[in-house]
Every structure is written in C-alpha cells, then in structure tokens.
Design a protein around this ligand. Structure first.
Ligand SMILES: Nc1ncnc2c1ncn2[C@@H]1O[C@H](COP(=O)(O)OP(=O)(O)OP(=O)(O)O)[C@@H](O)[C@H]1O
Ligand SMILES: [Mg+2]
Length: 415
C-alpha cells in the first residue's frame, strides 16, 4: 500500500501491485515467470514467456548480444501475458564455474546478560563467510546449516537464547565473477534489472519441494540441457550443492556421434524414442519392428551416459550425507527428467524413492507451468516473492500482528 494526499489534504490509500519476476536463462530455453503477491501473501502466476536459448554454453554466456536477444524475447512474452512490465528479475546462475564449500565461524556473544541478538547472528554469519577466495570469485549464497551455542549443536534460531560462544556452520556457494557479471550484462542489455542472482537448484527446490521433504532429507536433481544441478537438504537445511558437467544434451550428442546424424535429428530421436533403462526399451512397442530393434540399440547409447550421470549424483549425495540414506529420496526435475524410464533408472541405481518434481504453484497460470521444464523459473519467482517488501504497518494492531507473523515465517524458512 502507498499513502498519497487526496483533495483537501485527506490521505488516500493507493494499492500498489507487488510484481515479481523470475528469469531462468537456461542452455536450452530462456524462461520468464511473472507473479503477483496478493495482500494475503499468496502468489499468483500472471505471465510466462519462453524463448529458445542463444549465446549460452553450459550455463555460461558466450555471446552477449545473442543472449540479450533471447532474454528480451522471453521477458517481453511474459510481460505481454501478464499485462504489466517487470522492472527487475531474480536470475538463475549456473555453469561449471559454480563451486560450493562448507565453512564455520565463531564469536563471543556481547548482548545484555549473554542474550543472543540479531546482530550476533549477523556477526557470526559474517565470520563464517570470511573464507579465502581468489580475486575472480564472488560469493552468491551463505546458507546457514546450524548454529552452535556453547557447544550445543543443531540450533536453528539462536536469537533470544542465552550463551557465551556462538558458532555458525554454513554452506557457501561461489561463482566466477566474470561469468556472473556477463550474465548480469546480458539481462541488463535486454532492458531488465537484476534483483539478485540465485543458484537454480535452490530456486527449483523452492518450487517443487515441500518443507517436510527438506526436513526428512532429500536430493533435488535438475537435469538440464547444459548442466545437472544438485541440492541436498537434511534437517530442513541445505547440506550440499553441486553443478555437474553431464546433462541431457550429452545424450543427444552421443546419439549424433554414434549414429552419425545431425544434432537436431538426434535430439528429435532422443525425445521421441530415448529410454534411460534397457528393460523399459525392450518391452515398449514401437510403431515398426525395425524401430523396435533400433530402440534397443538407441538404449545402448543412452543408458551408459545416464549411468554416468547417476553415478555423479550418487557421489554428491554421499558427500552430503556421508553414506546415510536420504529418507525423502530423490526428486528429479528439469527437461532431462522427462526421458522415458528416467525415474525407474534413478530408483534402481540410487536405491531410494525417486519422484518427478513439478512446480507446486497454485492460482493464476499455475497449469501453464505444470512441468519439470519450468521448476527453476517458477522457483526463482517464488524466491523473489519471499524477498518483497511487506506492507507498512498501520496503527491497527491486526495488520502489525500479520506483519510480524509473516516476517517470522520468512525467517524460519530462510534459516
Ligand atoms: N520429453 C523429453 N524426453 C527426453 N528429454 C527431454 C524431454 N523434454 C526435454 N528433454 C531434454 O531436456 C533438456 C532441456 O532441459 P531444460 O529445459 O530443463 O534445460 P535448460 O534449463 O535449458 O538447461 P540448463 O538448466 O542446463 O541450463 C534437453 O536436452 C532436452 O532434450
Ligand atoms: Mg535449467
């Protein structure tokens, strides 16, 4: 809400629309999702725009102008559908240059009577992010995993507790500054501001996981056209993130090389007949006997690459859990998750329950984005909605109470 002076100096309350945009600059497609935050805090998707990706290789901008054109086309399409412009967007940044590490920091509590205040939390997070990075790298996220108060582990929200020594264990995500800056430049060249750069797997997790999944322990695996992005959650927090260099496009490439056909034809064959598991390929009826035989030989090309990918995923999960089973299993999303037999292959290989992750959005155009292809764009928009400014509290106690509740909820989701 915004207060303006009306006739006779009376104050009028003018509703100001809270519009938030998510921009997923993928290697295959550029997708924009525009949402509107309603007064009760829910989000309605009001615009979606998709354009073929250009000027990107494995998540990294290699041609600024081409990338800017693709971004402009996608944002413009979403704005047209939404009937409103979007000033700035939350942008996903991925690629092999993204790395992550765990760190910790410790401080002495200075608050009155040893009570930990928000400034102590800020200080300990600052201490935890003080890691040695080479000059060409920048920090994208500092994600608290747990706080430790006087040696007592597993604390989620230390504010208000009493203690002398406060420690924070965090997961830090970094990117190559040149690559992130080139992405920002491409978005700005397309005429849009950048609100924040966000790791796509965290955004996709926002869209497809329930808080209960994260609490149980789950791995989100986004199989895209350029990279496969992994985010592992345990006890409600991010335990580990990784960007893997094997993606769905490698399968296309293998088919093109194996059968000596153009990439476009290989892509078409992969999407139509590709199968991640030999058993599934063997039992599926194909339109002609010759094609049925080809389907098995196609699986001979596809399956080893999928197994390589699943092996990489498994070692990242192992890194996060130290070999413990993830009770929430694995959620596959991104275009690569749509390949026939993919869920079964992952379940067999990883030995945990596997499901397909589609955006859990409701309201507005939620049905338009009801596919794993849109998880990241929807998640970026939802992530942005959590950051938007809350209405100014009036003297009215009810409104203030609602505000306090929402801030509390955001904090508990963030920490
Ligand atoms: N039905 C399908 N069967 C098999 N593969 C599919 C299917 N639909 C899409 N794909 C594959 O998914 C990939 C694209 O996925 P997605 O749109 O999630 O990638 P992206 O977000 O553009 O890439 P990235 O996230 O790596 O930058 C392509 O390789 C495409 O062939
Ligand atoms: Mg993607």
């Amino acid at each position: 809400m915004q207060h303006e002076s009306g006739p006779g100096g009376r104050e009028l309350t003018v509703a100001r629309r809270r519009i938030v945009g998510g921009l997923d600059v993928g290697t295959t497609k550029v997708c924009t999702c525009i949402g509107e935050v309603t007064d009760d805090g829910s989000v309605h998707i009001i615009g979606v725009g998709v354009s073929p990706s250009q000027g990107l290789r494995r998540g990294v901008v290699v041609d600024l102008d081409a990338a800017a054109r693709a971004i402009h086309e996608s944002v413009a399409a979403a704005e047209q559908m939404a009937g409103t412009p979007v000033e700035s967007v939350y942008v996903g940044v991925s690629g092999p240059h993204i790395t992550s590490l765990n760190s910790s920091g410790v401080i002495a509590v200075v608050g009155a009577k040893g009570e930990i205040g928000p400034e102590d939390t800020q200080r300990v997070l600052q201490a935890a992010r003080a890691v040695k990075l080479s000059q060409d790298r920048e920090i994208l996220h500092v994600l608290p995993r747990e706080f430790i108060v006087d040696g007592y582990k597993g604390i989620r929200e230390p504010v208000g507790m009493t203690g002398v020594r406060l420690e924070a264990v965090v997961h830090i995500v970094t990117g190559a500054a040149s690559h992130t800056q080139n992405l920002v430049k491409a978005v700005q060249r397309a005429g849009v501001g950048v609100s924040e750069l966000v790791l796509p797997s965290l955004a996709a997790a926002e869209a497809v996981l329930e808080p209960a999944d994260k609490e149980m322990g789950v791995a989100l695996v986004d199989i895209g056209g350029g990279t496969t992005d992994v985010a592992v959650f345990t006890e409600g927090r991010v335990a580990h993130t990784a960007v893997l260099p094997v993606s769905a496009h490698h399968v296309t490439n293998d088919i093109a090389v194996g059968w000596q056909i153009p990439l476009a034809q290989a892509e078409e064959i992969k999407v139509q007949y590709g199968c991640a598991l030999r058993e599934v390929a063997a039992v599926r009826q194909a339109p002609a006997p010759r094609l049925s035989a080809n389907r098995l030989s196609l699986a001979d090309i596809v399956v080893p690459r999928i197994e390589e990918l699943l092996q990489l995923v498994q070692s990242e999960i192992h890194r996060a859990t130290g070999g413990e089973v993830l009770p929430g299993g694995v959620v596959l999303t991104g275009g690569g998750a749509l390949m026939e037999g993919m869920l079964q292959a992952a379940q067999q290989y990883l030995g945990v329950p596997v499901r397909l992750g589609v955006p859990l959005a409701s309201g507005g155009l939620a049905d338009v984005v009801n596919s794993p292809l849109y998880s990241t764009a929807v998640g970026l928009m939802q992530y942005g909605c959590q950051q938007v400014e809350v209405p100014v509290p009036s003297a009215n106690g009810a409104a203030w109470g609602r505000l306090v509740e929402r801030v509390k909820q955001w904090l508990s989701e963030l920490l």
